[in-house]
Design a protein around this ligand. Structure first.
Ligand SMILES: NC(=O)c1ccc[n+]([C@@H]2O[C@H](COP(=O)([O-])OP(=O)(O)OC[C@H]3O[C@@H](n4cnc5c(N)ncnc54)[C@H](OP(=O)(O)O)[C@@H]3O)[C@@H](O)[C@H]2O)c1
Length: 286
């Protein structure tokens, strides 16, 4: 078992850190807003640190899950000088591949390992320890860290050098954006045509139209429930990274660009924290 620090106890980080403790690791957590780490310490009977430096000191692995590029860079800037030589930093934030390369270079210069390791599976996947983790980094660092990540993942894969995990996550978000607009139009159509969406999913949900979004969101969309899940603000951040990267690659992304604009409409409707399936609310003009 290893000594593990976890930085950033948000929707995803909070349950993930709990799985690490339950797997038998010695865990020390830190969160910017300290009452969250205190709550975690009480709930899991684990150690809550009051500074990044205390949390990472002597850790074999430092995992983090914060918001976006600037947050990753700010946390890494404090964590790396306080980490032990030979330790491995694993970043679960969805960020740009450029950010991953910057932090990876800082770790390499300090004789530490780094994996960019964005996650998929949502809040439920984090709570149930069933996340998909797509990693970028060196094989040797991956081989060591995978046994720790296994505590909260159903699939962990090394995709290539540092940055490749974030690029894979971008592909994931491109798939989801188009898929959710399609599913929104499907639910809207079914309801307008007088069909019951649960019955429709029962009929077509094991065929070619099946998707994670259909399995997990068609029902809540049909009921107009959006106050949970993966926030529209986060999706806009992710699609911003995708569109920026596509520009550098010289690629047209017509559907992704369109859906990104639709999410901007949802934000204007007050849906910044709604689940990404709220594209249906926009379509219905709710
Ligand atoms: N939620 C999902 O379903 C999901 C799924 C896959 C991937 N992700 C990705 O995972 C990351 C976290 O998502 P989340 O849903 O857990 O977000 P969240 O609930 O908003 O939590 C964000 C966490 O990051 C911390 N943080 C943000 N900026 C910071 C900074 N500058 N310095 C220190 N700490 C900072 C926050 O601390 P405070 O408590 O002090 O604010 C909080 O602990 C994002 O990149 C997101 O895109 C989320």
């Amino acid at each position: 078992m290893s000594k593990v620090a976890f930085l950033g106890l948000g929707v995803m980080g909070y349950p993930i850190a709990g799985h690490l403790l339950k797997a038998g690791h010695e865990v020390c957590v830190w969160n910017r807003t300290s009452n969250v780490s205190e709550k975690w310490g009480k709930e899991f009977s684990g150690e809550a640190c009051t500074s990044i430096e205390d949390a990472v000191s002597g850790a074999d692995y430092v995992m983090m899950c914060v918001g976006q590029d600037a947050d990753v860079l700010a946390v890494a800037e404090r964590a790396i000088p306080a980490m032990a030589s030979g330790a491995i930093l694993v970043d679960h934030t969805t960020a740009s591949d450029g950010c991953a390369k910057q932090v990876g270079a800082q770790c390499a210069a300090a004789d530490m390992g780094f994996l960019d390791a964005p996650i998929s599976g949502g809040e439920a996947g984090a709570v149930n320890g069933q996340l998909t983790v797509m990693c970028g980094g060196k094989q040797a660092h991956f081989d060591k860290a995978v046994s720790v990540i296994d505590a909260y993942a159903k699939a962990v894969k090394l995709m290539g050098p540092v940055g490749a995990g974030q690029l894979t996550k971008m592909v994931n978000q491109i798939c989801i954006a188009g898929m959710l607009q399609g599913l929104s139009e499907a639910v809207n159509f079914a309801q307008a045509a007088g069909l019951d969406m649960d019955e429709v999913v029962g009929a077509i949900g094991k065929g070619a139209a099946q998707s994670w979004q259909m399995d997990n969101r068609a029902s809540t969309m049909a009921r107009g429930e959006y106050e949970f899940g993966f926030a529209v603000d986060w999706m806009r951040k992710d699609l911003g990274i995708v569109l920026e990267t596509a520009k550098k690659l010289g690629l047209d992304m017509p559907v992704t660009e369109l859906v990104d604009g639709y999410y901007a409409d949802v934000q204007e409707m007050g849906g910044s924290r709604w689940d990404t399936s709220s594209l249906l609310a926009r379509l219905k003009g709710e």
